[in-house]
Design a protein around this ligand. Structure first.
Ligand SMILES: [Zn+2]
Length: 94
């Protein structure tokens, strides 16, 4: 099953979608159009970080930080860890 990455169409979004989130979906399932938590419009992001590897991942995060963005990745239920940018090291999203 592929993992799709989603980001809000209209920031800031909610605790779940504001930094983007990943969702495991069967191929037969259509792409989400709305955040399951806040109902805000979201879009599917192409080129999710987990399909990249090594250097490109580092460069991507460096790029994100340089442009003033903060990126988080989900490390548990409702828990997110910062991977790039400014902000708290972890946030809880529930
Ligand atoms: Zn949301």
């Amino acid at each position: 099953m592929p993992i799709y990455e989603y980001a809000p169409l209209e920031p800031p979004g909610c605790a779940l979608c504001c930094y983007g989130f990943e969702r495991l979906q069967p191929l037969s399932e259509p792409a989400l159009t709305h955040c399951p938590a806040c109902g805000g419009a979201i879009r599917r992001v192409l080129g999710a970080p987990h399909v990249q590897s090594g250097q490109s991942h580092v460069l991507r995060e460096d790029h994100i930080a340089k442009h003033g963005f903060t990126q988080y990745r989900r490390i548990g239920k409702g828990l997110y860890e910062k991977t790039a940018g400014k902000g708290p090291d972890t946030i809880s999203g529930d």
